[in-house]
Ligand binder design. Sequence first.
Ligand code: HXC
Length: 257
Amino acid sequence: MSYETVRVETLGSVGLVTLDRPAARNALSRQLIAELNAALDGFEADPAIGAIVLTGSDKAFAAGADIAEMKGLGLVDVFENDFVAAWERLAAVRKPVVAAVAGYALGGGCELALMCDLVIAAETARFGQPELSLALIPGAGATQRLAKSVGKAKTMDMVLTGRLIDAAEAERIGLVSRVVPAAALRDTALAVGAKIAALSRPAALMAKEAVNRAFESGLADGIRYERRLFQALFATRDKEEGLAAFLEKRPPRFENR
Ligand code: HXC
C-alpha cells in the first residue's frame, strides 16, 4: 500500500505511524483513517513488531475530524456509512500502542490519543474537545473514554467549554502518562515502545487486555478476568524463563511462546 497521509516505518521491533497532513494540521480525513488502519493491520500481522508508536507533527498530533469533509453530510449519509466506526480500529489493536503527542490534539485527535495505551506528551501538547463550538459532540469515544480516564469534572469542563488543557494539566488529571521536552518526544516514545516490544509478547498482550477490561466491566468481573489471564500465563515457556532469569540474576531470553 502506498501512503499519502501517514508515514509508516519499522524501527527494530517498533512500528511507527506518523500522521502527515501538515497543511490541514493532520485533520483526520476518511483517507487518513483508512491509511492509519492499513498501517495498524500491517503491524498487527507482523510477528517482528511488538509495539506501535503513533505520532503527528511538532504543531499538531491531529486537529480532529476533517471539518471540510463533514460539511454537507446529512444524518442518512453518516448513518448509512456508519461514520466514525472505522476509527475504532485503533482501539481494537492488541499490541501495545504508545501515542506521542506534540502540539494540538483536538476533537477526534484527542480521542485517538485516548484509544492508545500510553500517552507521552511534549510540553507543547494541547488537548481539547471543541466539538460543541461546531454544534457537534465528541463522536469517537471521548464522552466515555475521557470520562473514565479523568472523571466527570474535567470531562464536562473540556466537553462543555472546549477549554484546551496544557501538558502539565493533562498529566495532573491522568490524561497523559508522561510529559517530556518536545525535543525528546520521539526518542522517548520509541524507547518506551522498544522496552514493551522486548517483553514476552503473550504477557504484554494479556496485560493490555486485562487493564482494558477495567473500562468495560464491574470490579468483580474485571478481577476474575485478570486472574484467568494471570493463570493462563503459567502455560508459557516465557514465564519459566522470566522467573529463572530473575533467580539466576541475568536478563531473560524470551521466545514469545
Ligand atoms: C479540516 C482543518 C482542521 C480540521 C485545521 N484545518 N483543523 N481542516 N479539519 N479539523 C485546516 C485549516 O482550515 C487551515 O486550512 C489549516 O488547517 C491550518 O489551520 P489554522 O487554523 O490556520 O492553523 P492554526 O492557527 O495553527 O490553528 C490550529 C488549530 C485550528 C487550533 C488546530 O486549526 C483549529 O481550531 N482547528 C479545528 C479544531 C476542531 O474544531 N477540531 C474538532 C473537529 S470535530 P487553510 O486551507 O485555511 O490553510 C471532531 C469530531 C470528532 O473532531 C468526532 C469523531 C469523528
